[in-house]
Design a protein around this ligand. Structure first.
Ligand code: FAD
Length: 303
């Protein structure tokens, strides 16, 4: 993609002399599916002030902005993303006061769950195996074992597309199954506070180990994937529906419906985003024809 020298120079100036900005960077390196074309500009701001600076540059130059957390629930198209992609990985601050953990968006959920355990705080055990950034997990209301992040969020800090910093309370986020009000808006989630409860570090650790072992048994973790591809329709498991129409193990190009869990699509080595999209279409059509149920993607398609 063509690089605008003015935009690139402005980004370099605020981003650690250019060390936190890349041009035409393949996003396959930054997503767990290991597919996706380049980002025109990929930036790694290490403070909220730098996020504000990036948004202001984007606004001034009329360049679109997309946020990427840990890339564990996105399908980036092969054509890539035009504009500025903000990766939150360097927003890493974390602290605890009593039962409240304050964390920036780039901490991962496994890191946060372990931090909570080290401080004898219970409430995040369910999230230890979710390979998400805190920001991405808030937006998706990530969850497992009947619990989700919305249960323990107290407040969230965002930067809006005007470059303003705002703090939102839990009530403003409309958490629902894999949904939050952030999905409909445009903002960078830069951090948040979690309200946990005092617990016993040994019991917390044991529960986390149990959750981890269960994932290893049931999920195809050896091949690149993006977790559950489709949301579970009311009263059904998407994996069961896909398996029962005979698609378990079915492949298109380098993308394959996992033999282990039919709601996972794995990259067997050479998958393109197009292979994955074609396979998703196939699953949607087969399930719709057989059951009359329309599967909705859980993943976000970017680009
Ligand atoms: C092996 C595996 C297991 C998984 N298990 C689970 C599970 O048990 N439960 C579950 O809920 N999910 C699971 N997932 C899916 C995924 O981890 C979650 O959906 C997670 O919330 C995505 O977070 P992320 O940081 O990777 O976001 P990304 O994939 O980077 O982004 C997802 C969406 O959020 C937006 N976004 C990300 N960060 C921000 C931010 N800071 N501000 C604004 N927008 C942002 C992106 O633009 C995109 O639209 C799994 C994935 C894998 C690969």
């Amino acid at each position: 993609m063509e690089i605008n020298d003015t935009v690139f120079a402005q980004l370099k100036e605020i981003l650690n002399s250019g060390k936190e900005v890349l041009a035409n960077e393949p996003l396959s390196k930054w997503t767990t599916w290991r597919v996706g074309g380049p980002a025109q500009y990929l930036v790694f701001p290490s403070s909220v002030e730098k996020v504000v600076g990036v948004i202001k540059i984007a606004k001034k130059n009329n360049v679109p902005v997309i946020v990427l957390g840990n890339g564990s629930n996105v399908l980036v198209k092969d054509s890539g993303i035009k504009g500025i992609v903000i990766n939150t990985a360097k927003l890493e601050r974390i602290s605890v006061q009593g039962t409240i953990i304050s964390a920036e968006a780039g901490n991962t959920m496994p890191q946060l769950a372990k931090y909570a355990m080290q401080n004898s705080l219970t409430g995040l055990e369910f999230s230890v195996g979710i390979p998400a950034s805190f920001g991405g997990a808030i937006l998706m209301n990530a969850g497992a074992w009947g619990k989700s992040l919305g249960d323990v969020i107290k407040e969230v800090k965002i930067v809006n597309m005007e470059g303003e910093v705002k703090v939102l309370s839990r009530e403003q986020m409309n958490f629902n199954y894999r949904e939050s009000s952030f999905k409909k808006g445009a903002q960078v989630i830069v951090g948040g506070n979690l309200k946990l409860a005092q617990g016993d570090a040994v019991k917390i650790k044991n529960l986390m180990t149990f959750h981890q072992q269960n994932r290893i048994e049931k999920q195809p973790l050896r091949l690149p994937n993006a977790g559950s591809v489709f949301k579970n329709p009311e009263g059904y498991a998407a994996g069961y529906l896909i398996e029962s129409v005979g698609l378990k193990g079915f492949n298109m190009g380098g993308a394959k419906i996992s033999d282990k869990h039919a709601n996972f699509i794995v990259n067997t080595g050479s998958a393109t985003a197009e292979d994955i999209l074609n396979l998703m279409d196939k699953a949607v059509h087969c399930v719709e024809n057989f059951y009359g149920i329309h599967l909705e993607p859980e993943i976000s398609i970017l680009g």
